[in-house]
Design a binder for this molecule. Structure first.
Ligand SMILES: Nc1nc2c(c(=O)[nH]1)N[C@H]1C(S)=C(S)[C@@H](COP(=O)(O)O)O[C@H]1N2
Ligand SMILES: [Mo]
Length: 247
């Protein structure tokens, strides 16, 4: 018999935790989106394009899922959602690829690009409710990094590493999808620092918090390790079509 959530203390605690998280997330979302002014809030909501939202709701992906995941609304351009960048210089950037691999290595930015740059048009979905459709990202497929490293069969997860301990865990299968990249260009221009430049991860199949900005490491591992947001109440997986937002 299912337990009554109201009478189950564990469940109550979980619910309280989650509603705190939602509040924090909403506050963070609002404060970052608006830069502290009420006017900007209106500006932000003004960016939601209901025409584009309706259009997207009428579309389906090749596999039959709706193009727009439930609870999302379309805005025209990526919003910089904050976070703390590291050293901004491309010269000093090193990307470390390691873990359950035959041949761990470290690459400069130039060496990374030599692995082969591709262009992908993708939709991205932020857990706070906005989506951007058809963003044109350029970068190197995570799969190319994996192939060069020789990923061992024991590896099941990829942990993207960014400055100040920001990490995001992604199942290996999804990190090896053709549109999962380390990306350095967006819509025809070098990726802006606010958006993770010089280099960010991009995993469009999952909520956008998984796409670690200013990425410095790609860790292939057999042991899953919840990342920055996953430890703070976000879902461990984060599939937008299943609304895996919290817990
Ligand atoms: N290093 C780092 N990466 C990050 C974040 C962050 O705080 N730090 N925020 C994530 C979240 S919650 C989102 S929605 C996207 C936002 O990307 P944008 O700022 O380019 O819109 O970056 C993700 N990557
Ligand atoms: Mo986000």
């Amino acid at each position: 018999m299912p337990q009554d959530a109201d009478s189950d203390p564990d469940q109550r605690e979980v619910d309280a935790f989650l509603s705190r998280q939602r509040l924090i997330t909403r506050r963070r979302f609002v404060s970052q989106a608006v830069g502290g002014t009420a006017l900007a809030v209106l500006g932000y909501y003004g960016l939601i394009d209901d025409g584009l939202t309706r259009e997207a709701r009428a579309q389906t992906l090749r596999d039959g899922r709706p193009r727009l995941p439930p609870g999302q609304r379309v805005i025209r351009r990526l919003r910089p959602m904050g976070g703390t960048p590291g050293d901004p210089s491309v010269e000093n950037l090193r990307i470390r690829v390691y873990g359950d691999v035959e041949r761990p290595y470290e690459l400069t930015f130039a060496q990374l690009l030599e692995l082969g740059v591709v262009t992908r048009r993708v939709d991205v979905h932020c857990v706070t409710g906005w989506s951007v459709l058809g963003a044109r990202f350029e970068g190197v497929p995570v799969r190319a990094l994996a192939e060069r490293a020789g990923v061992r069969p024991s590896a099941r997860h990829v942990i993207f590493e960014a400055p100040y301990g920001y990490t995001a865990n992604v199942p290996l299968r999804e990190a090896l999808a053709p549109d999962a990249l380390l990306s350095h260009r967006l819509d025809g221009a070098a990726l802006e620092r606010d958006h993770g430049g010089p280099l960010r991860a991009l995993v469009p199949s999952l909520y956008f918090w998984k796409s670690a900005k200013w990425v410095t490491g790609v860790h292939f591992t057999g042991r899953d390790a919840p990342g920055y947001w996953e430890r703070r109440g976000y879902h461990n997986h984060g599939d937008p079509w299943r609304e895996e937002r919290y817990g």
